[in-house]
Design a protein around this ligand. Structure first.
Ligand code: TPP
Ligand code: MG
Length: 627
């Protein structure tokens, strides 16, 4: 019996296949590949480009095309989208060969590190090598098989190059499996040689029938659950660390029930903030290097740490100094065995929601001592006014960043989304932001990639158009990647962009100073001829005018009051609006009472560095292995 076939190019088959993929979890089904971002060049214009056009013209396949202004940004937009959709939906990204493709490498790393699905379709040089080297081909003298797209290998969870049409079906199936596997997911790369994209093949029709990828909720193994419960029941001073996995698994209610049943305090990571409302009696705020002193005091004394859906980054563990109890042990509930095994913890491999439900049931009768509860509640009550004060400093002449964040926090509603990624804001947000809704706090801190904010915000808004998205962007990040404002304008996707100008890198400046490097090279200033350094006058750069030139409405503000009024205007508008404010990079911020390991020169001719090295060596002694 011969199977019915259909003759299509590789690119046409790819597009038709992607339009027929669905994901399903908890009985809810949705399109898996929501659309295709792209920038065309000779590598993809006639292959994937023709296929997308033909799909739209004939209605054969429904895969909407979005034009970005930078390939890195389109991957960020895809990541922002998939994160908002709890990884149940993803975008494809097509790029031309060479620079168009390698521009996506940073986005791929961001997606993979944050465990966010995105399908990358970099174009590649001719499989036939008919006229090599083609424009933008690498040419490795040691091997004609090497291409710049090999650079995607370490940052992809699945990588393949489609050198023959026959290879496409199995590669596509593998790609979908990885995208929808909560433990495996990340960037998936299918490199597409430009000649192969245009080559015709007789495909079995079955390849294009609708296919559903079931996103599992793995249950904990009974024996592992028993071990976890045993460790938890022995705890006198337990602390839960809620990571991004709690949110992706939509385990907020299960987390709240577990916390209420056991009384175990809940701290959060950058990816987990909002999993439990900030004002829940068990919520103790961010943990780690930029966390709250409340969570960090609990971490120091904890005997058992229950990590749920966390990868234990150095920020979360304060570079392995946060959990300082001599016999501290870890119980790790994670869908990925890789993460569950960290810190030599009791590994509980399971979906966060299923695992928390199982733990709540199995922990019946356990509750932390009332003295423990009273102590952290009292600490929490002392911390709240500190946050309020940071929100209302009245700093002069320029406002402090914490006041801007405070004004925004008090202005936004529970469902509004803040998007951030790099600079001094992630730390301030992790410590000070009050989040109630699990999707309202969107700080990309796996890769902390400058430039994510506007592009990622675009993706977040695309994922949930009913929410107002506030992309917070520093001047450094803005200068790296502001161009997706044009995309937002073209698509009529409304963003609120808060542009915080402090003339350079407040974050790295403060870090530099704390490490004895005197803020060297971290300010955007003229080179001063007398010192030869970049510490001259303020530059005549007008970022607000720049944003206006890209098509956004811009509101310039100077005071917190004006900023508040501008936020109202921005929200009321249906156009992408930039609210511009200048802040003092040297304004004070409360202490997290924590540490981050950044090595200081062991030998130095500078007194500032020598002093910092002594402090570094003292702090380093608190660092430990958890075995
Ligand atoms: C792509 C990229 N390059 C470099 C860094 C290192 N880095 C982290 S924060 C920062 C400065 C950010 O400046 P800005 O956006 O103005 O924020 P601020 O520190 O002033 O709050 C730099 C250079 C990074 N995180 N990402
Ligand atoms: Mg700055």
């Amino acid at each position: 019996m011969t199977m019915p076939t259909v003759r299509l190019t590789v690119a046409q088959a790819l597009v038709r296949f992607l339009a027929a993929q669905y994901s399903e979890r908890d009985g809810v089904r949705q399109r898996l590949i929501a659309g295709c971002w792209g920038i065309f060049g000779h590598g993809n214009v006639a292959g994937v480009g023709q296929a997308l056009l033909q799909a739209a013209e004939t209605g054969d396949a429904d895969l909407k095309y979005y034009l970005a202004r930078n390939e890195q940004a389109m991957v960020h937009a895809s990541a922002g989208f998939a994160r908002m959709r709890n990884r149940l939906q993803a975008f494809a990204c097509t790029a031309s060969i060479g620079p168009g493709s390698t521009n996506m490498v940073t986005g791929a790393a961001l997606a993979t590190i944050n465990r966010i699905p995105v399908l990358l379709l970099p174009s590649d040089f001719f499989a036939t090598r008919a006229a090599s080297p083609v424009l933008q081909e690498l040419e490795d003298p040691r091997s004609y098989d090497v291409s710049v797209n090999d650079a995607f290998k370490p940052v992809s969870r699945f990588w393949d190059r489609i050198n023959r049409p026959e290879q496409l079906p199995s590669a596509l199936l593998a790609a979908m499996r990885v995208l929808t596997d909560p433990a495996e997911t990340g960037a998936v790369t299918l490199a597409l040689p430009q000649d192969v994209q245009a080559e015709a093949h007789d495909w079995p029709e079955e390849l294009f029938t609708e296919r559903t990828w079931y996103v599992p909720r793995p249950l904990p193994e009974p024996a592992a659950l028993k071990r976890a419960v045993q460790a938890l029941r022995s705890a006198r001073r337990p602390l839960l660390v809620a990571g991004g996995g709690v949110i992706y698994s939509e385990a907020g209610a299960a987390l709240r029930e577990f916390a209420e049943a056991t009384g175990i305090p809940v701290s959060d990571t950058q990816a987990g903030k909002g999993a439990l409302a900030w004002d829940h009696p068990c919520a103790v705020g961010g943990v780690g290097a930029t966390g709250s002193p409340v969570a960090n005091a609990l971490a120091r004394e904890a005997d058992v740490v229950l990590g749920v859906g966390t990868r234990y980054s150095d920020f979360t563990t304060a570079s392995r100094t946060a959990f300082a109890g001599p016999g501290v042990r870890f119980v790790n509930l994670n869908v990925a065995a890789f993460d569950a095994g960290k810190q030599a913890g009791v590994s509980l491999v399971a979906d966060a929601r299923a695992g928390l439900e199982a733990l709540t049931a199995a922990m019946g009768g356990y509750h932390v001592d009332p003295e423990y509860t009273a102590a952290f509640r009292e600490h929490q009550a002392r911390w709240r006014p500190v946050v309020d004060e940071a929100y209302h400093l009245g700093h002069q002449p320029l406002p402090a960043q914490t006041e801007i964040l405070g004004a925004l926090n008090e202005f936004t509603g529970d469902r509004d989304v803040v998007v951030q990624a790099a600079g001094s804001m992630p730390g301030d947000l992790q410590m000070l932001w009050r989040a109630r809704d699990p999707k309202s706090y969107h700080v990309e801190y796996g890769y902390s990639c400058m430039g994510y904010e506007i592009a990622g915000g675009l993706g977040a808004k695309l994922a949930d158009p009913d929410r107002e998205v506030f992309a917070l962007v520093g001047d450094g990040s803005y200068l790296m990647m502001a161009q997706e404002i044009v995309t937002a304008v073209a698509e009529g996707i409304k963003l609120n962009i808060v542009l915080v100008n402090n003339q350079g890198f407040a974050s790295i400046g403060a870090l530099s100073e704390s490490l004895g490097s005197q803020r060297f090279g971290t300010r955007y200033r003229y080179r001063d001829p007398s010192t030869g350094r970049l510490d001259g006058g303020v530059l005549p750069v007008d970022l607000a005018a720049n944003a206006a030139s890209l098509g956004a409405d811009v509101i310039r503000t100077r005071t917190v009051k004006e900023f508040q009024v501008a936020l109202e205007q921005s929200r009321a508008s249906d156009r992408t609006t930039v609210v511009y404010i200048e802040t003092d990079p040297l304004a004070p911020v409360p202490s997290s009472e924590s540490w981050w390991d950044v090595p200081v020169s062991e030998t130095s001719a500078l007194e500032s560095t020598q002093q910092a090295r002594r402090a570094y060596e003292a702090a380093k002694r608190g660092q430990r292995l958890y075995l």
